[in-house]
Design a protein around this ligand. Sequence first.
Ligand SMILES: Cc1cc2nc3c(=O)[nH]c(=O)nc-3n(C[C@H](O)[C@H](O)[C@H](O)COP(=O)(O)OP(=O)(O)OC[C@H]3O[C@@H](n4cnc5c(N)ncnc54)[C@H](O)[C@@H]3O)c2cc1C
Length: 380
Amino acid sequence: MNSPAPARARISVIGAGPGGLTCARILQQHGMAVTVYDRDPGPDARDQGGTLDLHADNGQIALREAGLLDEFFRLARPEGQEMRQLDPTGTITAHHVPAPDELFKPEIDRGQLRTLLLDSLRPGTVHWGRALTVVGGPAEGPRQLHFADGTTVETDLVIGADGAFSRVRPAVSPAVPEHTGVSFLEAWFSDVENRHPDIAELVGPGSAAAADGDRGLFAQRNSGNHIRVYIIQKVPVDWISASGLRVDDTDGIRALLLDEYAHWSPRMRQLITDNDGPYVDRPIFALPVPHTWEHNPTVTLLGDAAHLMPPLGVGVNLAMLDASELALALANAATVDDAIRTYEKTMLPRSTETAKALEHGAEHLLSADVPDFGPDGVRS
Ligand SMILES: Cc1cc2nc3c(=O)[nH]c(=O)nc-3n(C[C@H](O)[C@H](O)[C@H](O)COP(=O)(O)OP(=O)(O)OC[C@H]3O[C@@H](n4cnc5c(N)ncnc54)[C@H](O)[C@@H]3O)c2cc1C
């Protein structure tokens, strides 16, 4: 089958995360028809997680293409760019205070970013409650999307924006994510100025990190007077059940953590013990490096589906840049096949280079070295 012109192609994006929604928005800006499928039952089905910094050299470029940069700056928190490095006693050892006009990487809550992107799409673009199970059909197309609800949809282009454990990925690559040996445990603090004033002061308006070589903490201010803390440990993926606990056994986990962080000061230990509600287990996975695949004329990947890396502040930014470049390639190419080639020619080398740089990055989060925040506030 000849590859269709993008304007006449049936384009399906799997995944309504930041990458998939950015791609759909820019395609619609260029007059192309697109349908997004997501397994969540609806946009508010689950907590979207913490705050994200969108960088001037990738995430913000995508938002500009999407016509949403001004709206982003209205929502963003430039003060969230403040970064503190603490030692296990709670003493500040390095501090980046953003200049009043600094906008290199302002913060936005993940939920706010998703709403901004969702509201920019034509009504009915996203089909909720559609969990893809497998991509079928021949490589030259048309493709069949098989969903867990038993339905099937025929399409000319499948864009896998379905995150870490992508169901689109097997259509182009046998790679599977592996545990990095590091896991985050998420703790949540609400109404911090009133209920947790000491923690509010310790973390400040942005983020605060601490590590002793074997364990760490990363705390970040979210909007609405909330603070989210990631407790970072070098542990096997099943460390909670291997300790005879369940993730909802908040008291049991707390006791384990108090033991693990026994030599940290009581002030710092508040960040692991005074949380509101249960902990959330977030084991950190990454794809093997490098991750590339043979060109396929009807399937491509973007974001975490293409290049899952340890969370060092670039994942969303790369997903949105991929999305923007793929949508623009489709807007400008004669065929879908040509557009995928153009997109992958830039995206695959870029993601390989970044993935190599971050390959053992999860363990660096445990390093007790004092970081050099650099003149532009980027942690190096
Ligand atoms: C603890 C933690 C903290 C992080 N902090 C940051 C940070 O500060 N800054 C940063 O840039 N990055 C951060 N990241 C990384 C970032 O979350 C990801 O890189 C980013 O979300 C990738 O976007 P995406 O659109 O590719 O995929 P996702 O955001 O994972 O979205 C995928 C979407 O696909 C849907 N989906 C999944 N499977 C299916 C299926 N089978 N069928 C249909 N739909 C499906 C999901 O419901 C979801 O909506 C962090 C990651 C973690 C784990």
